[in-house]
Unconditional design. Sequence first.
Length: 257
Amino acid sequence: MSQINPFEPIGHESLSDAVVEQIENMIVDGILKEGRRLPSERELAMMMGVSRPKIREALHILEERGLVTVRHGEGAFIAALTGTALSPAMLGLYARHSEAFFDYLEYRREQEAFASRLAAQRATVADKERIIEIMNVLQQSWEDDDLETSQEADFQFHQAITDASQNTTLIHMMASIYDLTRSRIFFNRDFLRSIDGSGRSLLDQHLEIGQAVLDGDAVRADKAARNHLDFVEKSVRFGQEQKQREAKAIKRRQFSR
């Protein structure tokens, strides 16, 4: 399969400014996300049809604007642009006060329903191909009982749906929110599987969201996303209640001796 050039050749009248503009547009559109390593100067020069000095000049401008970080010996990387949704201190506070988790879920429910609805309306052929690929990984990792691959595919799936919304603000904001999920501050996905039993419910929920987007059914996609987050909330509440019951049972047993 031939490699697709994501960059466009630059006309001779624009050069470094046009390079800067193109990379900035790709950052805004969520194509180049923070932490992503850019191709080398030589590769960028070939892709865009300009000289390496002009590429170097453009990268210098982007670095001055805080959009790119150049690490000598490693290359140029998209800088951290959105930061983290919450500070480490706030994350710790949320972890100690479980009710805050449900505010986080409430926010995710609305944003992911919105993203799924837009994705069903706006997803391109490339977006759909990416979603199908991840859905296949989710299915296969469930069949193989490969928890690590399944978890990573879960993260990628939600990001792919958000990317397909084509809403740049949503793409960048949710990327920061998903960092919370990756951090496992609030809950471990393995815990949800234990509530679910085999993890089949989680798989089916993801497949339903994905298929609704593929079918272009905005109403169904919105509902599927809400149902998924409702399941997460219900499962976590059940787990918390079960933990409280077990703690009380242990205390009763100690005082009944």
